[in-house]
Design a protein around this ligand. Structure first.
Ligand SMILES: Cc1cc2nc3c(=O)[nH]c(=O)nc-3n(C[C@H](O)[C@H](O)[C@H](O)COP(=O)(O)OP(=O)(O)OC[C@H]3O[C@@H](n4cnc5c(N)ncnc54)[C@H](O)[C@@H]3O)c2cc1C
Ligand code: FES
Length: 251
């Protein structure tokens, strides 16, 4: 991992609160794998303090794509950055990534959590594996990565809470349609991951989850991102994760 200054080549609004930032990063592109993330310096001042964590959503040539939801001060400042500006980035981070074992992979993304799986999905497909994405959000306008799924030609199933696109209901229910030969990987809000953990207890699927706990340092020092394992020990998501098997952590 390296601390770099990267050039923003594009920063555009996609849909709902989702934005896309493209960064020219030839120095780190060769070492990036699906599930990796970067800590981006969203402000040069103490407002807000600290860097923000973002998954590497995709890699195109020498560029990295960051899909981000504007949810607070830091991401609001990010959305104001323009083409040609520089941004400091620390990474790629993440030691334990998703599993490449098995031939069939079901990838469940809740909202912008899909960005934590998108590059991994491409890797699996390049390896000749069968990949189905399941993408859930509150409503159609929050399915901002749908164009990415279509452009990439992936098979996908959509869910929305209000039924404005795809199926109405909870993304977790989809597991009952796929047998246990499918490995399940997920990234999204904690309530979704908690619900998934419950469902796989019934269905018997192997579930890998990329956790997106709030992070301050991103490299194992501040303990700001810890989760407990079933024995009560703390695990640093940034350092021991961000991907864990469902039974390894308590949510
Ligand atoms: C490994 C990792 C990968 C991530 N990848 C992405 C990504 O690809 N795209 C993306 O949009 N976001 C991603 N996130 C979440 C992103 O880091 C936060 O949304 C961002 O830090 C918010 O910064 P802010 O200053 O705008 O919001 P803040 O002002 O810090 O917070 C605004 C609101 O968002 C909540 N919030 C902040 N961080 C998180 C979090 N990590 N989880 C849940 N709620 C949070 C706060 O509680 C608050 O309610 C990732 C987080 C991690 C740890
Ligand atoms: S964010 Fe500091 S230890 Fe994980």
């Amino acid at each position: 991992m390296t601390d770099l200054e990267l050039i923003i080549t594009q920063n555009i609004h996609l849909s709902g609160r989702l934005w896309l930032m493209r960064l020219r990063a030839p120095q780190i592109v060769p070492s990036i794998r699906g599930g990796h993330f970067l800590m981006l310096e969203v402000s040069k001042t103490y407002d807000p303090m600290g860097r923000r964590a973002f998954a590497v959503g995709d890699v195109r040539g020498e560029e990295i794509l960051i899909f981000y939801d504007v949810v607070g001060r830091g991401t609001e400042l990010m959305s104001r950055m323009g083409e040609g500006e520089k941004i400091r980035a620390f990474g790629p981070l993440g030691k334990r990534l998703f599993s490449y074992e098995g031939k069939k992979h079901l990838l469940l993304g809740g909202g912008v959590g899909l960005a934590g799986l998108s590059l991994y999905g491409k890797e699996l497909r390049d390896m000749g594996k069968e990949v189905v994405f399941v993408y859930g959000a509150r409503s159609a306008e929050h399915l901002g990565m749908l164009d990415w799924l279509r452009e990439e030609g992936f098979e996908y199933i959509l869910y929305t809470d209000d039924g404005s696109a795809g199926r109405k209901g909870l993304i977790t229910e989809v597991l009952r349609e796929f047998d246990t030969s499918w490995t399940v990987s997920a990234c999204g809000p904690k309530p979704m991951l908690k619900a998934l953990k419950k469902v796989v207890k019934e269905t018997g699927h192997t579930l890998y989850m990329s956790l997106e706990e709030r992070m301050a340092c991103g490299w194992g020092v501040c303990l700001g991102c810890v989760v407990k394992d079933p024995e009560g020990n703390y695990r640093r998501v940034c350092w021991e994760g961000p991907v864990f098997r469902a039974e390894e952590v308590v949510l």
